[in-house]
Design a binder for this molecule. Structure first.
Ligand SMILES: C[S@@+](CC[C@H](N)C(=O)[O-])C[C@H]1O[C@@H](n2cnc3c(N)ncnc32)[C@H](O)[C@@H]1O
Length: 213
């Protein structure tokens, strides 16, 4: 978390919470070390969904289905969600969770690498949530852009990497330098690309919200 803890605690004291199914799933994810979106990001997604009321949502990075289920719960009741996951161990769990929640008809899970799947999808998706491997965001962007209509929204999570992205590349471990420079390239591209209007927010681990112009 990159905002001051006291502020975050104060803000989250107003949270109204999620459904009990989502609460249980979040608890399970935390216990089993599955990364899922944090409460600050959950709140922001709920707000954006209430504003945009998207009809077709695309998510890159399903994990075990927590954020897809949150979007199905708090988006328009008839919206369709397509979500992509490549990690075989998480796919059956996600499917099971969609079934348990009675959302199999609303959420389509595509198995495989988003790098391949994004190229084959039928546009438009008026809301895209990017929450996969951070180093790949920059490579996904051209395909993502071609899937978005004018006015479409792209939300990208974890873009400030717990603040690491602000550090000099020499201050991050050699292992993380590629991700560090790719994320900086991604932020630069989101801000400079003439097709997009983007803001970078210090929410959770950092999030960008972009609108296609
Ligand atoms: C942070 S987790 C997603 C969490 C999920 N959005 C939630 O909040 O419930 C990121 C997921 O993206 C998946 N992933 C990473 N790179 C991917 C790729 N290239 N194609 C498909 N899935 C990918 C990982 O296996 C992981 O399960």
């Amino acid at each position: 978390m990159i905002t001051e803890e006291r502020i975050s605690t104060f803000i989250s004291s107003f949270d109204t919470g999620n459904t009990s199914f989502l609460n249980e799933l979040e608890e399970f994810a935390i216990k089993t070390n599955v990364p899922v979106i944090r409460p600050q990001m959950q709140n922001l997604l709920k707000l954006l969904l209430a504003m945009k009321q998207p009809e077709r949502i695309l998510e890159v990075g399903t994990a075990i289905g927590f954020s897809a289920l949150l979007m199905s719960e708090y988006g328009a009741p008839d919206c369709k969600i397509t979500t992509i996951e490549k990690y075989e161990k998480r796919i059956p769990l996600a499917r099971e969770n969609f079934k348990k929640a009675g959302k199999e008809d609303q959420i389509l899970l595509l198995e495989g690498d988003a790098a391949d799947i994004l190229k084959k999808l039928e546009p438009p998706f008026d809301f895209i949530f990017m929450d996969a491997a951070k180093g790949q965001y920059i490579h996904f962007l051209p395909d993502i852009l071609s899937l978005m209509p004018k006015g479409g929204i792209l939300v990208s999570d974890n873009v400030l990497q717990d603040g690491d992205v602000m550090e000099s590349r020499f201050a991050v471990t050699r292992r993380d330098r590629t991700i560090h420079s790719r994320m900086r390239d991604y932020l630069y591209e989101l801000k400079q690309n003439k097709q997009l209007c983007t803001d970078i927010l210090p929410v959770g681990d950092g999030v960008t919200i972009s609108v296609k112009l």
